[in-house]
Every structure is written in C-alpha cells, then in structure tokens.
Design a protein around this ligand. Structure first.
Ligand code: ISE
Length: 341
C-alpha cells in the first residue's frame, strides 16, 4: 500500500465477486487485485486473468494471511461471510464483506465483538445502495428538512425470477437485508418491531416465497413496509418512498428515456441488479479503497451488519409465530456513532 495502491484479495469469484474484481482492477485507480480465491479453480483462474494475473488461492485463510494482500473483499456464498470477516479482523486487515455480513444474529454479534476488541473499524458491509445516486439524492432531500419529520418508509424490491431464494427465511437474510438496511440508514432510526406476511412460490410449500411484505415500526415513531418479489414478471426494480409531515419524496431509479409511440408510453426497466447498481458498486469500491488508504473505515459498518441481522432474526420469528415480533439489539457501542450525525 506504500505506493498509494491498495492490494486487494478477492474471496469468491462468482457473479458479484468477479464484478467487484473487474471494477477494482479496471476502474479504481487506487486499487489492484493481487489475489483471488474460489473453490472453482477455473472460475478463479478466469478472474485472475481478467485482473492482469492475480495469484490464485484455493484457501481463503491463506489469501487473507498473504503478506502482499492489504485488504480483502469477501464475495463468497453467504454461509462463509462470517468466518472470513472474523479472519480478516484477526489478521488486522480491512475487509469489504458482501451482504449479509453473517447468516445469523449470533455470528454477526461475534464479528461486532471481535471488531470492538480490536479497537478499530475494519469491516465495511456491502450495502451498496448507500452509494446509489438515486438513494443519495433522496437522503439529501430528507436531511434538508424539506418534507419535515419522516412518518413512513416504503421499500420496493422487485426481482426477476430467483431460483436461489428457496425459503422466506433465505429471502429475508439474503435479499430483504438490503431493504432492512436502507430503512434504518435512510430514516436514521432503529427498527423496533417487524411483522412478515408472504405468498408462497409453491402452493404446497408454505415456507417458499414469491412475494413478501415486512411491516416495520421505528423508534422514531415512524412506520414502514418493505415489499419484495421473487419474480416480478417485468424486470428488476428497487425504489424507496418516504412520506414526511410536509410532503413525500421517492427515488427515481429508472433512468431510461420515456418512449411515446403507437399510442403508448413506455420506459425500459433494468433486467437485474448488476445493471441497476453498477455505478453504485463503482462508487462503493472507490469509497472503500479511499477509506483503506486513509486508514479510517467509513460506510456501512459491522454495527449495521449486526443490526440488519437482529432485524432479520425478528422477521424470521414473525414468519414462525404469525405475529409482530419485537426487535432489540445490544446498546450501540461508542465506536459506531450514528452516521450522518
Ligand atoms: C442479490 O444477492 C443482491 O444482493 C441483489 O442486490 C438483490 O436485489 C438480490 O435479490 C440478491 O439476491
């Protein structure tokens, strides 16, 4: 890092890992990918070649410990995130861990306590919507006070067909985790209660999920809904609407032109998340690289990763009880001051 370049090791070279590796090596001046790891050797080799000849590892721990790796990006399957993040903290290496930070509240708490014990922030969580320009414009408007006190948050998260989201619990931890974070971050408030209703994807499999709505309450007194589809039938759409005392505002995440032709008006919607959030990933990786070079972690923290799992656990309990469930995390440690504060 002494040449002003962060040498990054990437764990997991699937869809998101190879996207991150390509952005880091091709678009971020302050970063280079020097190591990649994946259990699929061919996939790792292809990613390494795409990054100008990075070293290929078969073991994540060896990559994290490698002397020439300054910082780590974890993009492995969700179940391996917590182990990797803990290993990075133990090695004292900054890590951008893709969401979810962990798949259970208990593992998320282990990571949080390990970072507190380390005495400094090392973890950033891959909640890239914070870097989406439509979300940032809405947040700036909300923070300007133009619409007054926020009363309601509505998250809309419409996916094209998703075979990977087998159960409503998996949907909550893997996908709705984005919306849980956006709600907390943009409202500047903690969620205190969650109530989940959903429509099964497979009529005979009550735990499968085609459409889900999470009803939430905030400690500010505001309320909200997080709406998710596993097969929108029209593409990929993520939007946020916030209603305040003096008005309402929403993201305009669809940037394609409006076409008027043949008696209709139409607008193209992105086919999936890499298209909709590519610019956000670039901005996220540029910000992360800058924070590593500055030695001061910024962006979504291990606290955000932990609280998203605290909320997710309450949501899963609600799917089992059929009732609204309380959300209660630990006291916010001093090293995680409210961001934007
Ligand atoms: C995926 O893992 C993501 O992170 C996308 O942002 C989200 O929209 C999608 O539902 C997830 O499966």
């Amino acid at each position: 890092m002494n040449d002003g370049i962060v040498n990054v090791g990437v764990i997991g070279t699937g869809m998101i890992g190879s996207l991150h590796a390509g952005i880091l090596s091709g678009r971020i001046n302050g970063a280079r990918v020097v190591a990649v790891m994946d259990l699929d050797g061919d996939r790792a080799a292809a990613a390494a070649a795409n990054c100008g000849g990075a070293r290929v590892f078969a073991d994540a721990g060896a990559l994290i410990e490698a002397a020439d790796v300054d910082a780590v990006l974890i993009a492995s399957p969700d179940a391996f995130h917590a182990k990797g993040a803990l290993a990075c903290i133990a090695a004292g290496k900054p890590v951008l861990c893709e969401k979810p930070m962990a798949t259970t509240r208990a593992d998320a708490e282990r990571i949080l306590r390990a970072e507190i014990a380390a005495g400094r922030r090392l973890v950033q969580v891959g909640f890239m919507r914070e870097y989406d320009r439509a979300h940032r414009a809405l947040l700036d408007l909300l923070r300007s006070g133009d619409i007054g006190r926020a009363l309601r948050f509505r998250g809309i998260h419409m996916n094209p067909y998703r075979s990977s989201h087998a159960t409503v619990a998996t949907v909550i931890v893997n996908s709705l985790i984005h919306d849980i974070h956006s709600a907390r971050f943009m409202m500047g408030a903690e969620i205190t209660e969650a109530f989940v209703r959903w429509v099964p994807a497979i009529p005979k499999d009550a735990r499968s999920a085609r459409y889900a709505i999470i009803h939430i309450s905030f400690d500010s007194g505001a309320i909200g809904t997080l709406e998710w589809s596993g097969d929108s039938g029209y593409g990929y759409e993520v939007e946020v609407e916030i209603t305040g005392e003096n008005g309402a505002a929403g993201t305009t995440g669809v940037h394609s032109p409006i076409l008027r032709q043949g008696g209709t008006r139409s607008q193209a919607i992105t086919p999936d998340w890499p298209d909709r959030f590519f610019d956000a990933y670039v901005d996220e990786l540029a910000a992360w690289t800058g924070s590593v070079l500055a030695g001061q972690a910024t962006g979504p923290s291990a606290w955000d990763g932990y609280m998203s799992l605290v909320v997710a656990e309450a949501c899963i309990k609600s799917t089992e009880s059929g009732q609204p469930e309380p959300v209660a995390g630990m006291e916010r440690p001093a090293m995680y001051l409210p961001r934007g504060a």
